[in-house]
Design a protein around this ligand. Structure first.
Ligand SMILES: Nc1ncnc2c1ncn2[C@@H]1O[C@H](COP(=O)(O)OP(=O)(O)OP(=O)(O)O)[C@@H](O)[C@H]1O
Length: 604
């Protein structure tokens, strides 16, 4: 998943986001740079002060002048540091928000196949932690890295101008530091990546266990969940420790070596002074400058670590942003004037992306006439859900085609297509908003009557008895609904969109027999003109359909009326017999037909 790129290449990808705030970033950088230059100026004032006022007969009043100058320089440095923050903090938060919004937008665009592959925590950590870190790096780390580098370079030039011998000693320490920094960079990059990925996995675990809290509790698995989480958290801790160790070792090197150089420099400096080759003022100024230079060198471990973590955050961000949405609208989409709603599968073959060699659906040929209700029946895992998800193009066929009124689905604008095709899945997802907003999610007619009708067809009148009626907040942050209530809201949502084609993945499975009957009676009337493909797990749902398609191991094994198939297709009889418990009349019908079929076979 992780592709190795150079630091500059990764950081340059931020440019389009950073461009609008570039002037303010540059101002921030200049403020920080000026603050550093001011800090470097103070030793020069010291040098003049010592050389002028401490020499025999020197002017004592110069001390006061120098003190005032140093005070003013100190104030200027503090103001410049404050200015840097002022210039960059606000724009950096703007970049963070924009990147977060574009990531979210891209996640909305990306295919279901992409979301099948990515853990939610990995996406969550990219959207939250990584971008939060990037903001801090842009506002502080990146600027300080540039300023530190420039301060060190300028400081060394100044040090050379004061004493080349002492400066050379100082430079001798820089060589091993640079060599070590290369090693540090490679090692730290790897561990930073592992740490950020592990944090993502941890977030996935939290998300999953919060989501599945009832199951964990009911099965008494909370302890195991905790142990599993503890293991993952421990792994993250170990990675963080490894990270801290690398950083501590680097900081030790960048602290120790300049200190050693300063110690050696002090001995040589005093000897030079004694020999008259260096003034006392220059010696003091040299060490004051060296102190100004040594501080950012000491910080360089932290700054380098920040830069490498930021690079990882950028790489992780663009791994998602670079993922291509393969389900897109064509350049010149077709807009047929009025759709009749004839749905046709033509040699359609489909495989999930993670198992491209194992087609789940093969050579599907199936025609659903306009206004017809077709039930899809098959044993569990035969590919029913996969098949109906192809209709709104949640997935695309690998071969063959699916058409509406003879037009390939891929020739429609995707948004148009999804307005034409309404869906309700067995696993209902409700959003944290009111019943009204959930039901009218895809509706063009948002009137009270449209809402009322959809709720009525789905027999979801209970919504009016909720604490705030249809304005009651439901979903994850709101009131919990029962499985059957959720299904009815989801069904109402599909109906309210008034689609030309409706695909329903067993939308009545959680309803009691009585409510199911009521919903079916109303649905039958509504579905009169709507082409419907409905996955059925109950013979009563099958009975609602005009015709039934039997799916067997990813192929359409038979198509016909329920009665015909019962009479002539043994696998259909087997599937129907293995469906949920049924009302008595259907059971009776089934055994009668089975008897008839057996008798027919015996007479042959
Ligand atoms: N994202 C996925 N990646 C790979 N395989 C998948 C994926 N989703 C489902 N499958 C597999 O595809 C096959 C068909 O699944 P599908 O959900 O379409 O069956 P189904 O007939 O609807 O079953 P059920 O009646 O139990 O809902 C199954 O073997 C399932 O394990």
């Amino acid at each position: 998943m992780a592709k190795q790129t150079s630091f500059f290449r990764s950081v340059s990808r931020l440019y389009p986001h950073v461009r609008p705030i570039l002037p303010r970033l540059v101002l921030g950088l200049l403020s920080a740079l000026l603050a550093s230059l001011v800090a470097l100026t103070i030793p020069q004032v010291l040098r003049v002060l010592i050389n002028e006022s401490l020499k025999p007969g020197g002017a004592r009043s110069a001390v006061w002048t120098a003190a005032v100058v140093i005070l003013l320089l100190g104030i200027a440095e503090a103001v410049l540091v404050a200015l840097r923050r002022q210039f960059v903090i606000n724009p950096a938060t703007t970049v963070e928000t924009r990147m977060r919004v574009s990531l979210y937008g891209h996640l909305q665009e990306l295919t279901v196949s992409f979301h099948d592959r990515w853990g939610s925590g990995q996406l969550l950590s990219r959207a939250m932690t990584d971008l939060n870190f990037l903001r801090r790096w842009m506002a502080f780390g990146a600027i300080m890295l540039v300023v530190t580098t420039l301060t060190v370079v300028i400081g060394i030039v100044v040090m050379f101008s004061m004493s080349w011998q002492l400066a050379l000693i100082f430079m001798a320490a820089a060589v091993p530091i640079m060599a070590y920094s290369f090693r540090f960079r490679t090692r730290f990059s790897k561990v930073a990546r592992r740490s950020q990925d592990q944090a993502g996995d941890l977030a996935t675990t939290v998300e999953e266990s919060v989501h599945g809290i009832r199951v964990l509790k009911a099965f008494g698995r909370s302890r195991e969940a905790l142990e599993n989480f503890n293991e993952q958290a421990e792994e993250l801790r170990q990675i963080e420790i490894a990270k801290a160790k690398h950083q501590a070792a680097f900081t030790m090197v960048v602290t120790l070596l300049p200190e050693l150089a300063l110690g050696a420099g002090l001995v040589v400096g005093v000897m030079l002074c004694a020999g008259g080759q260096l003034s006392i003022g220059a010696l003091v100024a040299f060490f004051a400058t060296a102190a100004v230079v040594a501080t950012p060198v000491e910080f360089s471990g932290m700054l380098l670590a920040m830069a490498l973590t930021a690079k990882t955050a950028i790489d992780r961000h663009f791994e998602v942003m670079d993922s291509v949405n393969t389900i897109t609208s064509p350049r010149a989409p077709r807009h047929p004037a009025e759709l009749k709603g004839a749905l046709s599968f033509n040699n359609a073959t489909f495989a999930f992306e993670d198992a491209p060699d194992k087609p789940i659906l093969q050579d599907i040929n199936l025609g659903v006439r306009p206004g017809e209700t077709m039930a899809l029946v098959g044993i569990t895992g035969s590919g029913k859900s996969a098949l109906i998800q192809l209709v709104p193009r949640l997935y695309d066929v690998a071969a063959g085609s699916i058409t509406i009124d003879g037009v390939d689905l891929r020739e429609f604008d995707v948004e148009d297509l999804r307005r034409v095709v309404g869906v309700a899945f067995e696993d209902t997802t409700l959003f944290s908003s009111s019943v009204r907003d959930n039901v009218l999610l895809g509706a063009t007619d948002r009137s009270e009557e449209a809402l009322e009708e959809a709720l009525d067809v789905a027999q979801a009148h209970f919504a009016y008895s909720l604490p705030d009626g249809v304005d009651t907040l439901i979903g994850e942050e709101g009131l919990s609904l029962s499985g059957g209530q959720r299904q009815r809201i989801a069904l109402a949502r599909a109906i309210a969109a008034r689609p030309r084609i409706l695909v329903l993945d067993d939308p009545l499975s959680a309803l009691d027999v009585h409510t199911e009957e009521l919903v079916e009676t109303r649905l039958r009337a509504v579905l009169k003109d709507t082409t419907t493909l409905i996955v059925a797990h109950r013979p009563s749902t099958v009975a609602m359909a005009d015709r039934v398609a039997l799916l067997e191991e990813g192929r359409i094994a038979a198509v016909g009326t329920h009665t015909d198939l019962l009479a002539h297709n043994p696998h259909y009889r087997y599937v129907i017999a293995s469906l949920d418990q049924e009302p008595r009349d259907l059971d009776t019908e089934l055994s009668e037909l089975e008897d008839a079929a057996d008798a027919e076979e015996m007479t042959r």
